[in-house]
Design a protein around this ligand. Sequence first.
Ligand code: E4P
Length: 216
Amino acid sequence: MKFFIDTANLDQISKAAGYGILDGVTTNPSLIAKEGIIEQSEHIKAICAITPTPVSAEVLATETDSMIDEGKRLAALAPNVVVKIPLTMSGLQATKELSSQGIRVNVTLVFSAIQALLAAKAGAAYVSPFVGRLDDTGLDGLTVVEDILNIFGNYDFETEVIVASIRHCQHVHRAALLGADICTIPFAVIQQLSGHPLTDKGLAAFLADHAKVAAH
Ligand code: E4P
């Protein structure tokens, strides 16, 4: 399973790249705004200068033609830019057009398996179901991911499934068990993934045992 980082923070992206486990970056308008950025082009270029992995940059346009224009502008920023398009009928049309021109599209704001099927049929390279936001409504977001993976397997779609809106390590664990292609994970959760109290306890004991002998 590939690990993307779900942030627009340059420091966090650099640190995650340094850990040696970074396979991509996803941003969205909220994450860009969190960095105090109004016009995202230069910031997306700065992210792409940190990592050659796929970097999703989302369009703000909502009509098909303007989504296509904005998507082309974003894709021209760097070879690793993936254009993120929301799952609307206009978004599906834009996805079809951009994909047919060889531009990779990540269809976002996906909350059902049928929405994911539509995105795959439109030629999306990636589809992003939001598990945390589904959980918030009282559903189990990862059952939607399971359905998407089964449907894509039934028809041999090449669209990769990005499990998005990850809130905790259990989301990542279950996504891996399901065979999801990618998890896009906030920096805080990436840091939590390596932690285990028995690892900390074991390391402290090893160092204490060594120190006792070294003191003699
Ligand atoms: C990633 O592509 C999504 O934009 C992101 O995971 C949404 O996460 P949130 O529900 O925590 O905002």
